[in-house]
Ligand binder design. Structure first.
Ligand code: NAP
Length: 547
């Protein structure tokens, strides 16, 4: 029996974007419910609790900026917090803002239908609830639908298998086990060195090698914590202007501004400091598909060859596509792990995994025995979470059908034909540091709704010409950058990691700072890319249709 309840707004997803949206909508006096399939808050930080899981962005800007109290009260313990620390942070924020009472956990949205007469959404969930609401905010997460390759024989496997993106909440003991790790993206490279400490043997199956940047984690002591807290206003100003919404310096010089020796010094310095600095604080043309990128790419290859003792393994670990054509992970002694006697690398680029066997797996040429298989095989990114959720807009149009080819949105936030539906971290939103990005988007959502309330509008829909222009702009900004190689590198940026998924740009690469200016301009100039309608207009249209 369904339990129909009316709200002003329904928010999907209890990660950074959803919790911020819930808080802001409630502050506006709107009755709001947030639904999440997980058992607790955190979004990806609830599900991705695999061994070694921690952030790749530095703690002090991978968090909420909006509440001075939260910034003052919360103390980060290390440069890159672990999943457990992130989970504690989400609990702290949720309790501090008293959000829990408006969250329904273990509740998955199965569909939503727009009613063009009443201007409301009806949202359905897997436990039979039906909510009606004027506004539907999807903050379901860009990387929330783990991808499991369709290997035949998985059902027959007699050991245990796990997916990095659906890691169980119960303790997983891998000590003394023979473990296969399939996948060498940001998840796989965090898993390998940690599992290697307890497992008897770790075999890493690599299809595409990665440029793994050393993270160089360290504890944050009291003095540094105080300095960070005192600097927060500047941190957020810098992060909001940064190309990827991070508090990281952006260098002004191109590679050609340095002598060959100084190029190496610049790269070495960023490599030693660690993290994503290597992408921003080296050469300003490293993101272009040209010589600067190759110098930086070759520098990383030289580091791999210096770290990994076995030359054959080192060569297999060296990527051949340009640095940053796919999202480079941050590593914690990843390459060093291959010097351990219990870690080995199997190249499956030309010798693919063909079958899972009861006792292990088979590639085209060899068989391997395992007790445990870990699939760190990525996500059906950005559009994937909408698949299987039956969202219907005007004229019963299906969202997943609309997004089947290339997803079309306005500013990554709204889809033509789906009124009053906002996609926080949706397709063609910026590829950027998540928390900073979704906070700006959540603010856009509440600014839009305030505007509608002030002007007596009940429905908002982006215009097709605005959507077309935004999609075109997204395509243009890719030209000439290393990202044009993303398909070669099987990157999720283009959907190229999922067999059969249409290739098309999924995120905006024109710079987070530029994007924030763009949505701010949209807000301050009266939302020129949207059409609003009020009940009076709807009534006169209905009258005209019947006269
Ligand atoms: P990913 O980067 O897409 O990596 C998936 C891995 O699985 C790739 O190495 C892929 O190989 C491999 N794979 C897929 N199908 C395979 C098959 N049939 N046979 C063999 N190998 C196969 O996924 P991810 O590591 O989960 O990371 C995804 C994104 O999530 C990251 O880019 C990042 O944005 C985010 N993330 C962030 C963090 C963090 O910040 N700490 C941690 C984890 C994830 P190919 O490359 O050849 O396709």
């Amino acid at each position: 029996m369904s339990d129909s309840i009316e709200f002003d707004a329904v928010v999907i997803g209890a990660g950074f974007g959803g919790l911020r949206a819930l808080h802001d909508l409630r502050k506006m006096g709107m009755s709001t419910v947030l639904v999440d399939a997980g058992e607790d808050v955190g979004g990806v930080w609830f599900w991705n609790r695999y061994p070694g899981a921690r952030t790749d962005s530095e703690a002090w800007y991978y968090c909420y900026s909006f509440s001075k109290e939260i910034l003052d009260k919360w103390n980060w313990s290390q440069r890159y917090p672990t999943q457990a620390e992130m989970a504690r942070y989400f609990e702290f924020v949720t309790d501090h803002l008293d959000l829990r009472k408006d969250i329904r956990f273990r509740t998955r949205v199965t569909g939503a239908t727009w009613d063009d007469v009443e201007n409301v959404w009806t949202v359905r969930t897997d436990n039979g609830n039906e909510f009606s609401c004027r506004y539907l905010v999807s903050a379901a997460g860009p990387l929330s639908k783990p991808y499991l390759p369709d290997f035949p024989g998985l059902d027959s496997f007699t050991g245990d298998w796990y997916q990095s993106g659906f890691w169980p909440t119960d303790e997983v003991d891998l000590s003394g086990k023979r473990v296969a790790v399939i996948g060498t993206g940001a998840s796989g490279v965090q898993i390998v060195p940690v599992v290697a400490h307890s497992a008897a043997q770790v075999t890493v199956f690599q299809r595409t090698s990665n440029y793994v940047l050393p993270a160089r984690n360290r504890p944050i002591d009291e003095a540094e914590r105080d300095a960070i807290k005192a600097d927060y206003d500047n941190i957020w100003t810098r992060a909001r202007q940064h190309f990827y919404a991070m508090d990281l310096p952006i260098c002004e010089n191109g590679a050609a501004d340095y002598s060959a020796a100084n190029q190496q010094r610049v790269l070495e310095r960023a490599w030693e400091i660690g993290g994503f600095r290597f992408l921003f604080d080296t050469f300003n043309d490293v993101w272009l598909d040209g010589p600067a990128n190759e110098i930086a790419s070759e520098f990383v290859r030289s580091k791999i060859r210096a770290i990994v003792k076995d030359p054959e393994t080192a060569e297999l670990l060296c990527p051949r596509y340009p640095l940053a054509a796919k999202r480079p992970p941050c590593g914690h002694s990843y390459y060093e792990a291959f010097n351990r006697a219990n870690v080995s690398l199997v190249d499956v680029s030309e010798n693919p995994i063909t079958e899972i066997l009861p006792g292990g797996l088979r590639t085209a040429t060899d068989e391997y025995e395992f007790d445990v298989i870990i699939f760190a095989t990525g996500f059906d990114a950005i559009t994937g979470p909408a698949e299987g959720v039956d969202i219907r807009g005007r004229d019963n149009r299906s969202l997943s059908e609309t997004w089947k080819t290339v997803p079309r949105t306005y500013l990554g936030l709204a889809v033509h034909g789906f009124p009053n539906f906002f996609t926080v971290a949706g397709p063609l939103g910026p590829f950027a540091n998540g928390p900073t990005m979704v906070e700006q988007q959540a603010e856009f959502v509440t600014a839009t709704i305030s505007f509608m309330q002030q002007n007596g509008y009940e429905a908002i829909d982006p215009n097709t010409d605005a959507v077309d222009a935004w999609v075109r702009h997204n395509e243009e900004v890719l030209e000439g950058t290393v990202l044009a190689n993303a398909a070669v590198a099987n990157s999720w940026f283009l959907g190229a990691n999922i067999p059969g998924k249409p290739r098309g740009i999924l995120a905006y690469f024109g710079g987070a700072g530029n994007y924030f200016d763009r949505i701010h301009e949209e807000t301050t100039s009266g939302f020129p890319g949207f059409t609003f309608s009020s009940p009076a207009e709807a009534a006169s249209e209905t009258l005209a249709a019947h006269s």
